[in-house]
Ligand binder design. Structure first.
Ligand SMILES: *[C@@H]1O[C@H](CO)[C@@H](O)[C@H](O)[C@H]1NC(C)=O
Ligand SMILES: *[C@@H]1O[C@H](CO)[C@@H](O)[C@H](O)[C@H]1NC(C)=O
Length: 489
């Protein structure tokens, strides 16, 4: 049953369509030949009349925004009244609307002025809709490549202000007057101008990278250029879009911060392990490889350094400084009395003042800086022995080691030994002191570099996170150009 009914409907509509073609042909003949339509003429009865052209923009897709251009898949809607295209509906089989190719008609020749690729034309010349009242309605789909200057200062936490400026190349303000499309409210029937870019929620595909914050539309009059010039008026659509930073946070910012904080560990690693340099250089290498990867993702411009670039530069400098400090620390650590003499101010600063400031209690217990026996590990013995051999006799050494082992080497029992050589301190103690200087230097740098890194990281990323577009699209204009706030005429 259902199928039969469907078939019947098909046949019926086909027959009606055939009828319409005849009527349409007659109507087209009537409009274009009998009445002598000339598409070069403006649709006005006298020369001083102005044609009102209405514009609206429907955003279907924001394709991309790369460095200096943005691709917007938007059909601009144009509407105007051509009095020559009116007909009496009842005379032409109730035809209300005609669909004709645009090259048959007069067109206001409105183009995107700030385009990027020199293609002023629309992508596809779809048909024009003509209503029996003479109202012409054209909705050509186009991919607009608008040239907008991109501000990369806050990349990847940036927002952009892109404009699409439409004006007529052929006609001045005295010939056509551009307006924003007017719509009527379905409830109250009052008219309002569409002061925003229309987004049809069903037809719009959201862009993965950009979020639309404001989308106002405005008619701009430029009084400084005369009305005869085409620059006097334009309809501009603004798109204020904010980058969605999640991709960059996961792929760039987080690894960057993690690598940066690795540098701190260099100061925590004991010099004896022999891995200090390896760690520092590894961090530097990781950082460089990362920089190489990122530089391909950054917008290539020398006008401004993006935020992430500033951070990478900061980290790079810091890691370089850490490598240098690391070398200095190792140099101090492996100094021996036979190669270096510890000057008094080093002793004063590194063995007395700084340990107290940094809260390294071990040294504070022995204010004289003369712990004759401090290390009890075998490594300590070996290190000590190396030094002792050069200065002490073997029997002396034996005696000292033995007394240590039997617990006889209390501090008091060894004091006289220390006092015997007041001018040249014990070599083992001197080497210990150099180790201590290295440790203090390490600790000092740990306490200096950590806050620097934390403050630098927080400062740069808070700056980015608080970089929001303004709440209103135009400074000094209290109207927010939203669909919810229609301004009725
Ligand atoms: C349209 O045509 C019908 C029938 O020919 C006529 O009655 C009517 O007055 C016409 N309307 C206008 C507005 O001319
Ligand atoms: C966007 O740019 C236009 C001019 O190009 C300006 O009038 C407007 O205030 C800007 N909007 C914002 C939010 O900066």
């Amino acid at each position: 049953m259902g199928r039969l009914a469907l078939l019947g409907a098909l046949v019926l509509s086909g027959e009606q369509g055939g009828l319409c073609v005849n009527q349409e042909e007659r109507l087209i003949h009537h409009l274009f030949e009998e009445k002598g339509y000339d598409k070069e003429m403006r649709p006005v009865t006298s020369n001083d009349q102005v044609v009102d052209v209405y514009l609206a923009l429907t955003l279907s897709n924001l394709i991309s925004l790369v460095s200096r251009s943005s691709d917007l898949g938007i059909p601009p809607l144009q509407g105007w009244t051509d009095y020559r295209l009116q007909w009496n509906k009842s005379e032409f089989g109730d035809i209300e609307v005609l669909r004709l190719p645009p090259d048959m008609l007069w067109l206001p020749e409105i183009v995107l002025e700030n385009n990027n690729d020199g293609l002023f034309e629309v992508a596809y010349y779809c048909n024009v809709l003509i209503y029996n009242t003479g109202y012409v309605y054209w909705l050509p789909p186009a991919i607009f490549r608008s040239a907008c200057s991109i501000n990369v200062d806050f990349f990847p936490f940036d927002w952009q202000n892109c404009t699409l400026k439409f004006s007529s190349l052929a006609y001045s303000a005295l010939e056509i007057s551009m307006h924003l499309k007017e719509d009527s409210d379905p409830e109250t029937g009052k008219y309002y101008p569409v002061e925003w870019i229309i987004i049809d929620p069903e037809g719009f595909t959201e862009n993965g990278e950009w979020e639309i914050i404001h989308r106002p539309a405005r008619k701009n009059i430029h009084p400084e250029s005369p009305p005869e010039s085409s620059e006097h008026q334009d309809i501009t659509f603004y798109l204020i879009i904010k980058r969605k930073p999640l991709f960059y946070i996961i792929n760039i910012v987080t690894p960057c911060i993690l690598i940066a904080f690795m540098t701190i560990l260099v100061f925590y690693l004991p010099a004896d392990s022999g891995e200090k340099m390896t760690l520092a250089i590894s961090v530097l290498l990781a950082q460089s490889v990362f920089l190489l990867l990122i530089s391909q993702r950054l917008p290539a411009t020398s006008h401004a350094i993006p935020l992430i670039g500033k951070y990478l530069l900061f980290i790079m400098l810091l890691v370089t400084a850490v490598v240098v400090i690391c070398v200095v620390v190792l140099n101090f650590h492996f100094r021996t009395p036979s190669t270096h003499i510890m000057s008094d101010w080093v002793r004063e600063v590194f063995l007395e003042s700084l340990p107290r400031l940094l809260g390294m209690s071990q040294q504070a217990e022995n204010p004289a800086g003369a712990p004759c026996i401090r290390r009890f590990s075998s490594a300590g013995y070996i290190a000590k022995a190396e030094e002792y051999f050069s200065v002490k006799s073997r029997s002396e050494l034996m005696f000292e080691k033995q007394s240590e082992r039997h617990g006889l080497a209390s501090r008091s029992s060894l004091w006289p030994l220390c006092l015997l050589m007041p001018s040249s301190r014990l070599p083992s103690q001197e080497k210990d002191n150099w180790n201590q200087v290295a440790r203090i230097l390490d600790r000092l740098c740990l306490f200096l570099i950590t806050p620097m890194l934390v403050v630098g990281t927080l400062w740069i990323f808070l700056m980015g996170i608080y970089n929001h577009p303004p709440p209103l699209p135009f400074a000094g204009d209290p109207y927010n150009y939203q669909e919810e706030n229609k301004r009725f005429i």
